[in-house]
Every structure is written in structure tokens, then in C-alpha cells.
Design a protein around this ligand. Structure first.
Ligand code: AMP
Length: 478
């Protein structure tokens, strides 16, 4: 299969440096607030990538850091007059809950920056010993000029780093040098969290946290590093410089994978622009699976323009695929309808085992063509939009083909695999949206309440209920 790497700007054949296990690291969140759906986009993408690699037979270890010490966290804690460690803990917990609701369940280990201070200090010391870093009264800095290939991932040169410079610090040899350790002993920093170090009490810079963590768990080189597009420069180039300087080994990473932004009116959704929707807010109106289908309908490297219209479309598409499976079940087991367990759900491993007996590799060739298209698209740098299109072209072609029960079960097997790969349980038929006996009873109760209100001349309240029902598309005549 092919994987696009930002380093070469090409799709490359995938092989693993470490043949038994693919080592995947993705930059995690800075936990100072609830995650927004742009974060959701990036983490759903890498979740799908891990799921597909595992489907292909690779064993993948997925490591993600949690940035739980950072200016943003400290500032937010000061604004709210709360302890910064507690603030970070709270939002870390909420982030993990949000990911679970999006079915992002593939991270094997979350590594907090603050749990790796010893490793960070140790790596900084080795950078100093090798002459790539130096200490001043304000902290320790990576000397960018010492790494002549700095910027090779973004294809930018050192001077462009200046645009990322926030504070001019006269103690640095060059304004381009970035902080590995920030001394925080001065009185203006009192109350901020600090750790002792050979260079004074302080805290780590952002870039070093990731290389200290990946070196601990993966060693100096590993297979895939991921994150959003905005992290390429300077963050990922800084990681490359640090780790390659410390280990003397190249490349740090075999494949650099970056997700495109989730945009609103052409602008990146972000906390600072204030144009964000939190995952929690989105989930009040849409299921996590609908959001996944919405995200995966675009290639992971392309931008997504957020719109309610596209979300509705994803909701309808999900419903249509589920209805197709429900009809398939009806054909396999006539009489089994409603919400009886549809033979299998994402975590129903016994039934999944059963389905494995029915090989979709041998089904009718007019249908097989679409199944092949699904897998070929996934093999082509995880092209989920084409893979999802193949699901719909399959459903269309299905109508014209005569099949026996064995074929139907084989198709169900395919959908079980598709569900697993995309992290969307297509086999779960949720009939809660269709009207049932309960809905009718509920409407009768509401109608009763309204006639009692009118009998008591409470017309305003009665009209308000009628208007709300009309908004829901329920016609009411008095
Ligand atoms: P942060 O907590 O801001 O460092 O972001 C965590 C991850 O989410 C990074 O990989 C970012 O690139 C990614 N991210 C942030 N905003 C967006 C967005 N609007 N669209 C896609 N990914 C994003």
C-alpha cells in the first residue's frame, strides 16, 4: 500500500522499519480547554489510519503525548484563578471522554509531558554535551545554526523561524534558537509550576517534550509521526533537529503524515479565532458516528469546510447504509426485524468470528468490483472518500444481482470489516428515528395536555407547544 509522506511530498510504499510492529506517534492536545471538532477531525483520521493498518495485518503501537504544561494552560489557570495542574487534569479527562464518544479508541498509550520531566532533562543535557544546545540565565536553547539541515521537513530555511519568535531574548546567541528549558525562578513567575533542573527551576519547552517521550518508548527512530498541518513548522522540524542531533541517526521518522484543517468559511477552526464548535456541543445534535462519516468523506490531507448541510448529508448516508444492512438481515433471516440484535455489532467478537466463514472474496464479480474499489482506495494513501463512494456504488449494484444466503452473509462480513476499518458500526440498525408505537402514544399525551390547557384558557402555552411541534415537522390542527 502507498502512504504519502510530507518529507518527500510523494506517495511511498509502506514498509515498517521494525517489521513486527509499526510505531506511530501523533501529537496530542494541549489540555487547557475542551477539544473542538477540528481536533476531532485530526484524531478521527489517525484512528482510521491505525484501524486500517491493523486490518492489513500490521501490528501498530499508537503513542500520543498530552501537553499538560504550557503557557496557554498557565494563562488560563491564572484567568480562572485555579491551579494549573488541576485545570490540565480536568481537560485531559474531558478530552479522553470526547475521544471515546467519537469512537477514537486506538491510542495504546497517552504520555503526559509532566510525567517525563526526567527524560526531558536527560535529553537536554545530551544536547548540551554534544554542542547543539547552550544554557543562559533564562533557560536552555537549541542552537539552530548548528544543524545545517534545519527546516528540511517544511522546506524552509532557518531565517523563517524568526516569524515564529515571540519574545526577543538578548541572552540567546540567535533569535532563531528555540527554548528547550525555560527558567522560571524570577519573581514574576511565582506560583507557576516548576521542576528542578541543572539549569535552575523551570519547565520544558514544547518541542522537547515529544522527542523525550518518543525516544523513551520508541528509541531514536520510528515509523510514522502524525499531526495537523500547522505542526510541520517549526514544531516537527524542531523535533527532527533535536532527535537527529542527539542520536546522530537519520531519519527520525520514516513517514510524516499530516492532516488538513477543518475550516469554517475558509479559515482554520481554532480557539484563538473563536470560530470553533466543541466536540461536546456537536454531540448534542449529532452522533459521533455521523461526525466520523462526515470527516471520512474527505481525504485526510484535504481541507474540510464545516457545514450543517454536509453533516445532515452524512447523517442521511449513515441511515441509508444501516437501512441497507437491515434489509440484508431481513433477507438472511426473514422475520427478524426491529432492533433485535442484528447478528453482530462492532464489539461482538463471537458473531464476527462466525461471519469470517463467509468469504467475500468469492462473491459475484459485479459486486466484487466495488469491494475491490473500497480496498484499492484505502490502499492508496487511505482514500476514504473513494472507499465510501464504493460502498454506495455497491449498494446500487446489489439491487440487480441474484444472491443466495451464503453470498448475503459474505456481504455482511464485508460490512463488518468496513465498520471496523472506518470505526462506524453500520450493522447497528437504530430504529429510534422511525416512528413507533411509543411515538404515537407520546403525541396522544401531548394532544391531551394541549386540550386541557385550552379548556383552562391557557392559550399561550398551548400555542407554544403547537409551534414547537410544527418546528419538528409535526402537523397540529386544533
Ligand atoms: P493543539 O491542542 O492545538 O496543539 O492541537 C492538537 C492537534 O489538533 C494538532 O495536531 C493540530 O494540528 C490539530 N488541529 C487543531 N486545529 C485543527 C483544525 N481546525 N483542523 C484539523 N486539525 C486541527
Amino acid at each position: 500500500m502507498k502512504v504519502y509522506s510530507t518529507m518527500t511530498r510523494e506517495k511511498e510504499d509502506l514498509y515498517s522499519l521494525f517489521t513486527d510492529k509499526i510505531k506511530l506517534f501523533v501529537c496530542g492536545p494541549t489540555v487547557y480547554d475542551d477539544a473542538h471538532i477540528g481536533h476531532g477531525r485530526t484524531y478521527i483520521s489517525f484512528d482510521m489510519i491505525k484501524r486500517y493498518l491493523e486490518f492489513k495485518g500490521y501490528s501498530v503501537f499508537y503513542l500520543q503525548n498530552i501537553t499538560d504544561i504550557d503557557d496557554k494552560i498557565i494563562n488560563r489557570a491564572k484567568e480562572n484563578n485555579v491551579d494549573s495542574k488541576l485545570l490540565a487534569k480536568k481537560f485531559e479527562k474531558r478530552f479522553i471522554e470526547d475521544m471515546a464518544k467519537l469512537n477514537v479508541a486506538s491510542v495504546n498509550y497517552f504520555a503526559r509531558a509532566t510525567d517525563h520531566i526526567d527524560e526531558i532533562i536527560d535529553q537536554i543535557q545530551r544536547l548540551i554535551d554534544k554542542g547543539f544546545a547552550y544554557a543562559t540565565e533564562t533557560g536552555v536553547y537549541f542552537e539552530v545554526a548548528k544543524k545545517s539541515d534545519f527546516g528540511k521537513l517544511a522546506n524552509r530555511n532557518i531565517d523563517e523561524l524568526e516569524t515564529h519568535r515571540i519574545n526577543v531574548d538578548s541572552s540567546k546567541k540567535s533569535p532563531n534558537d528555540f527554548a528547550l528549558w525555560k527558567n522560571r525562578e524570577a519573581p514574576e513567575y511565582s506560583g507557576e509550576p516548576v521542576w528542578p533542573s541543572p539549569w535552575g527551576a523551570g519547565r520544558p519547552g514544547w518541542h522537547i517534550e515529544d522527542t523525550a517521550i518518543t525516544e523513551k518508548y520508541f528509541g531514536p527512530q520510528y515509523d510514522i509521526h502524525g499531526g495537523g498541518l500547522d505542526l510541520i513548522f517549526p514544531h516537527h522540524d524542531a523535533e527532527i533537529a533535536q532527535m537527529e542531533a542527539v542520536s546522530g541517526k537519520e531519519p527520525l521518522v520514516q513517514y510524516w503524515m499530516h492532516t488538513g484543517f477543518l475550516n469554517v468559511n475558509g479559515e482554520k477552526m481554532s480557539k484563538s479565532l473563536g470560530n470553533f464548535i466543541t466536540i461536546r456541543d456537536l454531540l448534542k445534535n449529532y452522533s459521533g458516528e455521523t461526525f466520523r462519516l462526515f470527516v471520512l468523506a474527505t481525504h485526510y490531507r484535504s481541507p474540510i469546510d464545516f457545514s450543517e448541510v454536509s453533516l445532515h448529508q452524512a447523517e442521511k448516508n449513515l441511515e441509508n447504509i444501516r437501512k441497507f444492512i437491515a434489509n440484508l438481515d431481513e433477507k438472511i433471516n426473514p422475520g427478524l426485524t426491529g432492533n433485535l440484535e442484528y447478528l453482530i455489532s462492532l464489539d461482538d467478537s463471537e458473531l464476527r468470528e462466525e461471519l469470517l466463514k463467509f468469504d467475500y472474496g468469492n462473491i459475484d464479480s459485479t459486486l466484487k468490483e466495488h469491494i475491490d474499489m473500497f480496498f484499492n482506495s484505502m490502499d492508496d494513501d487511505f482514500s476514504t472518500p473513494k472507499a465510501i463512494a464504493a460502498i454506495f456504488s455497491f449498494i446500487k449494484a446489489f439491487k440487480d444481482v441474484d444472491l443466495d444466503v451464503k453470498d448475503l452473509l459474505a456481504i455482511k462480513h464485508w460490512f463488518a470489516d468496513v465498520s471496523q476499518i472506518l470505526g462506524i458500526d453500520f450493522l447497528k440498525y437504530d430504529n429510534s428515528s422511525s416512528s413507533s408505537g411509543n411515538d404515537v402514544e407520546l403525541l396522544n399525551i401531548i394532544a391531551d395536555v394541549r386540550s386541557k390547557l385550552r379548556a383552562e384558557k391557557q392559550y399561550d402555552l398551548s400555542d407554544e407547544i403547537r409551534d414547537k411541534l410544527v418546528e419538528l415537522g409535526i402537523e397540529v390542527s386544533d
